[in-house]
Design a protein around this ligand. Structure first.
Ligand code: FAD
Ligand code: 2HG
Ligand code: ZN
Length: 484
């Protein structure tokens, strides 16, 4: 496809799939675990945006860790390249093959193993869909520490492998803090049991962290144990508008100070996002239609005392309006209104892929500079594209989306490398929460030092010496030279 990096050659050191390979996989997984059907394999070859397309002929669906281990051990010996795939909702082309890599899908590993309802510790297989886990733990009086728009499809194993951030990060922090244990199968088939459920364990290196956010390049995550916070009884959602970006920033600081411990989300979007969501998503309306505003903020509070929380939020809003930070605002009066507010924010991604072409950038930038790049990009692109800015303002994470009718090199040349150079100059991150994938494998240098990249390459070589896991998605030296 137009967006797939065409300058990458297939690495000839990888074997091509043979009928003997297929027979072996059938002997391990049975007929149902070996998918050769062209239509089903085609679906697994394309990413969620329809932007990255591989040419794999084979999708494997293991049902147990032992099966994953046999697959990898065999692929390693045979030098067959592998792409681990969860819910395939990744946004950087990491979850689909580039050439003919074998796809290992975790969909069949979706069992909940245990739930400790005293400490709120969930242990499950990697293929569990996030929304199903949410429903399960909520019935037990807990919530998942992460939530994202892709919850209906993404897997917890995919979340761990991308170190997904999402909408609750401001309150509960990163998966590096919430994941207590992992079971991982290494490239040679070794099963690495790190599936502890302990809160504290300072015995040696905490190896699980290597696999959180390594995008399937070091092993396949097969089981996860995760800390789930208590579900609190009172949630309020407010949808606000601001006249300028400075007010959004000041509002964030004010929210941190005034709402304190009950603040559970602070999401921001410019009016281009609202226009996009309301025109492309069914039933979505701007909750503040009276007058057009430049910026919108969604604030959620979650706490244990309904009247106290509500009073606190109302007082905060009143003060923010008096201070001129907020132009207009509304607090959801019921669950359906609250979910409408969320639908707008969570629906922006879905709406963005309906336009034609979308260039997505996921940047960490100091909050005071965060919107400058959106404005600069608008100047650079003029009428040739529409530039949207939104994201997790509370985490300093901007989603810069650039929409145009079709992918073309001229537009791309106006965006890159400018966007990476600009971000690097602010000492920001060119991938705040989506990972590198195929899109940004070679761009890591904008955010990491040569020494850090070199150490990563050494770790990759140690854990996956034949480089069979998710090739072409790491900077060249380590991913393109498998040893024979
Ligand atoms: P996939 O897309 O299948 O894979 C992602 C990467 O992980 C690939 O490199 C793949 O090889 C690897 N992988 C998957 N499973 C495993 C495994 N078991 N073992 C080893 N490697 C594996 N991200 C955020 O951080 N925050 C958001 O708010 C957010 N919102 C989103 C909203 C929408 C509508 C969409 C489409 C995506 C969003 N994302 C967000 C992107 C995010 O990375 C994914 O949604 C999610 O974390 C990926 O999970 P997945 O199961 O779909 O993984
Ligand atoms: C979000 O926060 C996701 O909505 C997706 O991380 C962002 O589509 C995007 O660019
Ligand atoms: Zn996001």
């Amino acid at each position: 496809s137009a967006a797939t990096a065409t300058n990458i050659q297939r690495n000839p050191a990888y074997s091509e799939l043979s009928s003997d390979d297929v027979s072996y996989f059938k002997s391990v997984l049975g007929e149902t675990g070996v998918v050769l059907d062209a239509d089903r394999v085609a679906v697994a070859n394309v990413d969620w945006m329809g932007k990255y397309r591989g040419a794999s002929q084979l999708l494997l669906l293991p049902k147990s860790t032992a099966e994953v281990s046999k697959i990898l051990s065999y692929c390693n010996t045979r030098r067959l390249a592998v792409v681990p795939q969860g819910g395939n909702t990744g946004l950087v082309g990491g979850s689909v093959p580039v050439y003919d890599e074998v796809i290992v899908g975790l969909t069949g590993m979706d069992k909940i193993i245990s739930f400790d309802n005293v400490n709120g510790i969930l242990t499950c297989e990697a293929g569990c869909v996030l929304e199903n886990l949410s429903t399960f733990v909520e019935n037990e009086g807990f919530i998942m520490p992460l939530d994202l728009g892709a919850k209906g499809s993404c897997h917890i194993g995919g979340n761990v492998s991308t170190n997904a951030g999402g909408l609750r990060f401001i309150r509960y922090g990163s998966l590096h803090g919430n994941v207590l244990g992992l079971e991982v199968v290494l490239a040679d088939g070794t099963i690495l049991d790190m599936l502890t459920t302990l809160r504290k364990d300072n015995t040696g290196y905490d190896l699980k962290h290597l696999f959180i956010g390594s995008e399937g390049s070091l092993g396949i995550v097969t089981k996860v144990s995760v800390l789930t916070p208590a579900k609190l009884p009172s949630t309020n959602v407010a949808f606000l508008s601001c006249n300028d970006y400075t007010s959004c920033q000041k509002l964030l600081l004010a929210a941190r100070r005034s709402l304190g411990e009950i603040l559970s989300a602070f999401e921001f979007m410019d009016h281009h996002c609202i226009d996009l969501a309301t025109s492309h998503l069914e039933g979505v309306q701007n909750p503040l239609p009276a007058s057009p505003h430049k910026f919108y903020v969604l604030i959620e509070t979650t706490g244990s005392d309904e009247s106290y929380d509500k009073t606190k939020l109302e007082a905060f809003l009143l003060r923010s309006m008096e201070d001129g930070l907020v132009a207009d605002g509304v607090i959801a009066q019921d669950i359906s209104q609250a979910s409408n507010f969320w639908r707008i924010r969570e629906g922006i991604s879905e709406a963005s892929v309906k336009v034609g072409a979308v260039y997505k950038y996921d940047l960490s930038i100091p909050v005071e500079k965060l919107y400058d790049i959106v404005e600069e990009m608008r100047c650079r692109l003029g009428d040739s594209a529409e530039v949207l800015g939104y994201g997790h303002l509370g985490d300093g994470n901007l989603h810069l989306n650039i929409l145009s009718n079709k992918y073309d090199d001229n537009t791309l040349a106006k965006i890159e490398p400018f966007v990476y150079e600009w971000t690097s100059a602010q000492r920001g991150s060119i991938s705040a929460e989506h990972g590198l994938g195929l899109m940004k494998a070679e761009k890591i240098h904008y955010s990491k030092s040569p020494e850090a990249v070199q150490l990563m390459a050494s770790i990759k070589k140690l854990l996956d010496p034949n480089s069979i896991l998710n090739p072409y998605k790491l900077p060249s030296p380590s991913s393109s030279v498998p040893c024979n």
